[in-house]
Design a protein around this ligand. Structure first.
Ligand SMILES: [Zn+2]
Length: 65
């Protein structure tokens, strides 16, 4: 599998703890749920179309599961 831009990888900054890390969304998806690798908060990540490689994130609301 060639390492092209199939997956949507980008950086995010956790709004809760300020931790910065990389996350990846499934191919073809521009939004998805990720977890902060530091505080384990569920975050909703949205890939910015104008600035690829960076996610806009917000705390995911709603019950778990
Ligand atoms: Zn965090």
């Amino acid at each position: 599998m060639p390492e092209m831009d199939g997956s949507r990888r980008g950086s995010y900054r956790c709004p809760v703890c300020g931790h910065r890390d990389l996350a990846e969304l499934p191919e073809g998806e521009t939004t998805g749920l990720i977890r902060c690798s530091h505080c384990d908060t569920r975050l909703r990540a949205e890939l910015r179309s104008d600035d690829t490689g960076r996610f806009t994130v917000q705390v995911a609301e709603g019950p778990e599961g």
